[in-house]
Design a protein around this ligand. Sequence first.
Ligand code: MSP
Length: 574
Amino acid sequence: MLIPRDRRHALSWAGKLLAHNRPTWSCVSRRSVLPTATISPRRFATVTPETPKKPYYITTPIFYVNAAPHVGHLYTMIIADILKRWRTLNGDTEAQLLTGTDEHGMKIQQAALAAGMDTQAFCDMNCKTFGALAKAANMDYNYFIRTTEPAHKDAVQYFWDMLNHRGYIYTSKHEGWYSVSDETFYPATQVQNSLDPTTGRKRMVSAETGKEVEWSSETNYHFRLSAFQERLLDLYKTGFIQPSRYDKDIIKSVSSGLQDLSISRPTERLTWGIPVPGDETQTIYVWLDALVNYLTKAGYPFPPGKESQLGWPADVHVVGKDIVRFHCVYWPAFLMALDLPLPRNVLVHGHWTINHEKMSKSTGNTVNPFFALDRFGVDTMRFFLAYQGGLAGDADYDNAYIIRDYKKLLQSGIGNLAHRTIGCSKKQLRTYIVNGTTGGLPPAQEHDLAFERIVQETPAKVATHMEELNPRAALQEIVDLAEKAQKYFHAAAPWENQTERQRALYNIVESLRITGILLQPFMPTKSKELLDLLRVDNSDPSKRSFSAAAFGSDLDYGEGVKKKILFPQLIVED
Ligand code: MSP
């Protein structure tokens, strides 16, 4: 296998590396099957070795541009963004968040054709909608990648060349059932007969996704996925997949044996993609192309010595449960084949359903995320999706649930507590804060001490959940603090007792300050409003950072606090 001269020039240092590593069988034809015996033994570590300090790197899946985004896509974006903002809250200003669009493949090719548009123009148009959604969701992303970018094409072709160079690619005839909607082949054991409910037409569908499959028989390139069974099984023992409930199915399927993977399609079937280097009759399989996006934006092919400068390996890939196999089987196997460090974790989430059926563009039961953001506000949606969305399971979507949570937890919860605390303090809040921080308050009673303990313990609990990649549990912890603060407020009745009022209001305002700090990754705008309301210094970032979420740690806030409605009446009721 040889690297085409023009690309060798474009990737000159990479070409040198490749030339340096070229094995004795380097001139074997691209289309010939490399005998297994020629594959040299590989150095491999299943646990990613400690790399030098690198930016923390989080990714969303890249979104197919065949149709408009829906609330399920918004959820994926928000979960990844919360993880990124959590890093920022902890003072990590280097953390990187990557999102973008997946623009190649049969599905896009067909959708553009159906729209009567030029395929690139179709991608340009729909890509903008995903970009607009990322902005509307208030995502703090660093890169927005498109798989039609020239740099990505170079990265994918180089990646292919390296797989080929190491003997992991061969050609053979492939027969099987292909689903355009899922962009994957299914073995015969995983398809079944079905009737199209609208037309009554008989068809074959995937047993897993219910998506139509078509028979295909073609010669294409294959990747030696079967060589990685043991290494993959070892990888799953390291907690690679989170939450761990998704392990079971993957381990079962990998243990039952891995088939080599078809990684190209003949150009007569698929033109909209990246050509196989040196073979214009074949187009690279869209999932291989798509997965490499995570490397492209990390600077792949890596200049020598700069492997991890831009963040590789990824710390977390956030993905929906329908794409676990691609991220937890194919992707690590590709990387293992090239001795590239593996992502530290894949964080899987469940699906949003409507009437308990998966929200999906092909089913047509989608909720337009722009309408939802416009109707309820970005922070309400971020709160709702993170609070109710399932990582380990699915969650049902309904406007009534959003309104219920808004009223109970935000409006009557945090918002009302802030309002009443400020009102009840009768302009003395600053005095209570000074006395509380300097030990000048009347003695604490048992219920004060119990509540103080809760406030003290909450930040560490939130941190543990976040480090365990469980933003939902972290948010539940914060909401729990607000609920306990309300109960404490009622029990302490600060409006009745002048002496007790001081400590109760101090403790509650501390809980509100800490709530405001901890809520920042989840509700960037509303948490800022809350911290502004409490007059927490905004010019000194340390005052709003995670380290400031410690009971009694801020002597300076609360000057001139005035009541303000944080969560107004929703204009539209369901
Ligand atoms: N293009 C691939 C991903 C390639 S990543 C290298 C893809 N795109 S997608 O647009 O179909 O889906 C993007 C993400 O949205 C996936 O994580 C998917 O799980 C998620 N969701 C799609 N429908 C969803 C719900 N109903 N609920 C939650 N997430 C959903 O797959």
